[in-house]
Design a protein around this ligand. Structure first.
Ligand SMILES: [Zn+2]
Length: 323
């Protein structure tokens, strides 16, 4: 699975192994920037190398057809400050988790434990998004950008809900955001724009903590679209597991489920390909089999070595199901 925030790795992979999908524009742009920034090609050489690469590695390459796409990629690579993102993981610190746990929400009698938990999980997801945007801003030299806002819009809210892994029945606006706004954690503005007031408080808290000697991450996030599951795994919610292939936390639908939905889907595709090859009487190449668990021998947790914490939610009964 391609990590969209690690463009450097993706571009290197294209350079070494050829194009990864049929969608060319992004791949050409990343490849051109890779050749410029990592291999140090000057404009004329860059044009020659990129064209030669397409000639060799692009099936059905036709100069007249592909010229505009190559030209566009070269223009994009030539822009000032063009660079490749290289974000493999995002560290989450203990003080951030403690900050979210201790953040004063509405009095408990007005909220069920599940609602309160989902509010904090949404705050965690917003914190992850903000930290990620700040890292992007830093790597792309966008200048100082505190990213204290969540840009509204239907698509953004759908993505946020998806990343937070909230139950589909959970309404964001009249539910969680309403409560967060009442607690002063966020301020809803025009067109769905949200001001993340709690992030400002977190920044102030960070200034006090950053000089502490125990400034170690509690865990690191590398599957950014699964932020909510990291929070659930950390809080030891029932049925949370780490995927045996990619290491991402996920919510298992049964005891025997070993892989996250993304990897399960990938394995299904692999199975289908193998079946199709067998059906056509073609040999199945060795090694072209199902996904191999990345940690089948060690059973390690891919850096998600959460020192097992007591559940943060004192009031919750073990086995509470949130979705
Ligand atoms: Zn997985």
């Amino acid at each position: 699975m391609y990590n969209q925030y690690d463009e450097l790795e993706y571009a290197r992979n294209i350079y070494q192994n050829g194009f990864q999908s049929n969608y060319l524009p992004t791949q050409l742009r990343l490849l051109a920037i890779y050749m410029k920034t990592e291999l140090g090609y000057k404009p004329r050489q860059l044009r020659a190398e990129l064209t030669a690469f397409c000639q060799d590695r692009l099936p059905g390459y036709q100069p007249a057809v592909h010229y505009p796409a190559i030209n566009k990629a070269l223009r994009q690579a030539g822009q000032k400050g063009a660079s490749l993102l290289h974000i493999k993981e995002l560290p989450i610190y203990q003080w951030e988790l403690d900050f979210l746990t201790a953040y004063p929400l509405c009095p408990q009698e007005q909220m069920t434990a599940a609602l309160e938990y989902n509010c904090r999980k949404l705050m965690f997801t917003l914190l992850v998004r903000t930290r990620l945007r700040r890292l992007i801003s830093l790597q792309k030299n966008y200048g100082e950008n505190l990213c204290l806002y969540f840009k509204g819009g239907g698509r953004e809210y759908r993505e946020l809900k998806q990343e937070a892994k909230l139950p589909s029945s959970q309404d964001l606006h009249s539910g969680l955001i309403y409560h967060l706004a009442a607690a002063g954690a966020v301020t809803p503005m025009h067109d769905g724009l949200l001001r993340l007031d709690f992030m400002e408080e977190a920044d102030r808290a960070a200034e006090c903590v950053s000089c502490s000697p125990t400034f170690e991450p509690a865990f690191s996030i590398s599957h950014f679209n699964n932020a909510g599951w990291y929070y659930d795994y950390y809080n030891r919610l029932p049925r949370m597991k780490l995927c045996r292939h990619c290491g991402s936390p996920f919510k298992a639908s049964g005891n025997r489920q070993l892989y996250c939905p993304g990897c399960t889907e990938e394995m299904e595709r692999e199975r289908w390909k193998i079946r199709a090859r067998k059906h056509r009487g073609m040999a199945v190449p060795a090694g072209d089999s199902l996904l191999v668990p990345a940690d089948s021998t060690t059973g390690s947790c891919h850096g998600f070595e959460i020192t097992v914490q007591p559940p943060l939610l004192k009031g919750l009964e073990c086995g509470t199901v949130f979705s």
